[in-house]
Write a protein that binds this ligand. Structure first.
Ligand SMILES: Nc1ncnc2c1ncn2[C@@H]1O[C@H](COP(=O)(O)OP(=O)(O)OP(=O)(O)O)[C@@H](O)[C@H]1O
Length: 342
């Protein structure tokens, strides 16, 4: 098959707030604005950004758990907006979701074996023998012992529960997994085990991931490419190594500067960004980052910067660092740092 597995074009989601005369909303939350990206088979795209920048809304739009205000999502060139209910159900086999909190997303009354075979049984009848064989295979794939099949979620550790969530997501043999803060609730050592598991599974099964996280340490471990979101928009999308070595957008630079640095030899970048993310109900004019940006000029207050392609394959929306009218090969002022991208 040619072309990307997932193609997202100008995706927009405005949530109406309240209802006045003629059911007109009082205002809207501009959760996602004109977001575009693609993901190839076997690739991991990470979406990062501070709380409230629209990451989870993108995940929900990809799964069509909410309908977009504008734009479209194509999986294998099929626009998911055009699918009827039964077609969507079949299509959803190809995309599965792994959630942040494996405890609340797993039915506490079902055993591990029932939890992981349930998605398949929604589509086809399985004999007891087939069910047991499927459960054993999936448990083994995610590094859990076959004896776990009779355990309830409450009898498992956080890491084991997340492995179970991953096994359930794998049961329908998807091409794409959307993981929303899938390791955020886990201890750092367990996080590393789950991330390594995801990378192994990706290699074995040519899985693609859209991996949503606010933790740059996690992102650096797993990403092939990274999309940085700020107040509903992508402000930089770059190959992982390039992004960590030389962030171009001042917001990306500030996020990396604010992240804990486990390696003391690693150079810290500029000063962390100060202040809060503005409200998506009444976002700033021009570049939404300008009130917090140390580089902001008059143009930033007036015009929304377009995403400009750079020479190294990234796109950046910044009037100062990637002006639309100038040569795209504008380099960030920060020096390179060591990194460990996937
Ligand atoms: N159903 C909804 N109705 C109204 N506003 C919503 C709804 N869901 C999300 N929002 C708003 O949309 C914005 C983006 O939320 P979203 O959950 O996508 O952000 P996020 O980056 O995933 O944040 P976090 O990391 O805290 O989960 C926020 O301002 C949020 O309050």
């Amino acid at each position: 098959m040619s072309g990307p597995l997932l193609l997202v074009e100008n995706l927009t989601k405005h949530y109406p707030l309240g209802a006045g005369f003629f059911k007109r909303p009082f205002s809207v939350v501009r959760a996602v604005e004109n977001v575009s990206f693609s993901v190839d088979a076997g690739e991991t795209l990470c979406i990062v950004g501070e709380s409230g920048c629209g990451k989870s809304t993108v995940a929900r739009l990809l799964m069509r758990l909410v309908d977009p205000t504008g734009g479209r999502v194509l999986i294998d060139r099929t626009d998911i907006a055009g699918l009827k209910k039964h077609e969507l159900r079949v299509h959803r086999r190809r995309m599965q979701m792994v959630f942040q909190d494996p405890y609340s997303s797993l039915n506490p009354r079902l055993t591990a074996g029932q939890i992981i075979t349930e998605p398949v049984e929604n589509f086809e009848r399985l004999s007891r023998k087939q069910r047991n064989a499927l459960a054993a295979d999936l448990l083994q794939k995610v590094g859990l012992a076959p004896e776990m099949t009779h355990r309830l979620p409450s009898e498992l550790s956080g890491g084991q529960r997340q492995r179970l969530g991953i096994a359930r997501a794998l049961s329908l043999k998807p091409s794409l997994i959307i993981a929303d803060e899938a390791v955020s609730a886990l201890d750092v050592s367990v996080q590393a085990q789950i991330l390594n598991l995801l990378v192994d599974l990706q290699q074995q099964m040519s899985l693609a991931f859209v991996f949503i996280s606010h933790d740059l340490g996690v992102v650096e471990h797993i990403a092939h490419r990274v999309a940085v979101m700020y107040l509903g928009r992508i402000v930089e999308l770059a190959p992982c190594e390039a992004l960590f070595a030389k962030p171009v957008h001042p917001y990306t630079e500030a996020l990396i500067a604010a992240a804990p640095v486990p390696d003391p030899t690693r150079v810290r970048l500029a000063v962390p960004v100060e202040g809060e993310v503005p409200s998506p109900i009444n976002p700033p004019t021009g570049c939404a980052f300008h009130p917090r940006c140390p580089l902001a000029v008059e143009r930033c207050r007036i015009e929304v910067p377009p995403l400009v392609p750079m020479a190294d394959g990234r796109v950046v929306a910044c009037h100062v660092r990637a002006p639309a009218t100038e040569s795209p090969a504008v380099a960030a002022k920060s020096g390179p740092v060591a990194n460990s991208c996937a």
